[in-house]
Write a protein that binds this ligand. Structure first.
Ligand code: HEM
Ligand code: HEM
Length: 208
């Protein structure tokens, strides 16, 4: 497994980051639709099963990312960032990574505590056992609140985080976003080319 580079993210970190991000945004949308809109009950049942299955995929990927953080080398912050920005970025990343674990675990707790006792299938392949929490309406209500609250908090924080990344790219014009896209240059994405292109006017002038 390739480790993270000192001044950039490695293949696995980049792949996991974007895969988890896309799945989470999809799951928030799916969760909202299945829970808060009037859909046909049969379709709603399938949406719940898809939501739970993909949610378990995110849980697995988020655990994998945590393990990669533990064994791999995390890239240093981009040099132009001040100490306050570095601390803000680190705490945002840690909170996002933690929420990527808390949200699916709380979802699993909802499925484990609901008195409806509906089995949780993982893509129609295996039944995932419930967490040992005991079934009750109060338990289901509590975990639903935690799951929904944490999911919408994750969405809000991800939106702020994405806005910060775009600000760095288009206003500060530094490497923050480019290196998460896997194309960091030695002097940033907008650096001038090492040797200037020849000036065609000068060449024409020399012929006369
Ligand atoms: C990162 C992964 C996940 C995200 C972002 C997510 C997001 C959401 C959202 C936004 C809702 C709607 C909340 C509302 O408006 O009340 C929801 C509902 C729900 N989710 Fe997830 N979810 C994830 C993973 C899971 C997992 C792994 C499970 C179960 C194994 C799960 C089970 C449920 C259930 C049962 C509901 C309905 C809760 C209720 O009836 O109040 N979710 N989810
Ligand atoms: C639910 C969505 C998202 C989550 C949970 C998330 C989470 C994270 C986490 C945990 C990190 C730390 C590095 C790592 O992955 O190991 C990170 C870094 C980063 N993310 Fe996201 N992210 C999300 C969406 C986005 C979006 C939409 C963008 C861009 C528009 C973005 C841009 C970046 C950039 C540029 C970095 C590197 C920052 C640096 O090196 O200082 N992320 N993200």
């Amino acid at each position: 497994m390739r480790r993270d580079r000192v001044n950039g993210y490695g293949f696995w970190a980049i792949g996991l980051h974007w895969l988890i991000a896309v799945l989470i945004l999809g799951l928030v949308g799916l969760g909202f639709v299945m829970r808060r809109t009037a859909v046909d009950p049969a379709l709603q049942f399938s949406l719940y099963q898809w939501h739970k299955s993909v949610g378990f995929v995110v849980l697995g990927l988020a655990v994998l990312r945590g393990l990669i953080w533990l064994v791999g080398r995390h890239p240093e912050a981009v040099a132009s960032l001040g100490p306050v920005e570095r601390r803000a970025a680190l705490s945002t990343h840690l909170t996002l990574a933690l929420l990527c674990l808390v949200v699916p675990l709380a979802g699993w707790a909802v499925a484990s505590t609901t008195p409806l006792n509906i089995p949780t299938f993982f893509f129609d392949l295996v039944v995932i056992p419930p967490l040992p929490l005991g079934r009750s309406e109060a338990g289901e209500g509590f975990w639903s609140l935690v799951h929904a609250g944490a999911a919408y908090l994750l969405l809000a924080l991800a939106a702020l985080h994405a806005a910060a990344a775009l600000y760095h790219h288009f206003v500060r014009r530094d490497e923050v976003l480019s290196r998460m896209l896997g194309r960091p240059g030695p002097h940033g994405p907008h650096a001038a080319p090492a040797s200037p292109a020849p000036n065609p006017l000068q060449r024409e002038g020399s012929k006369q």
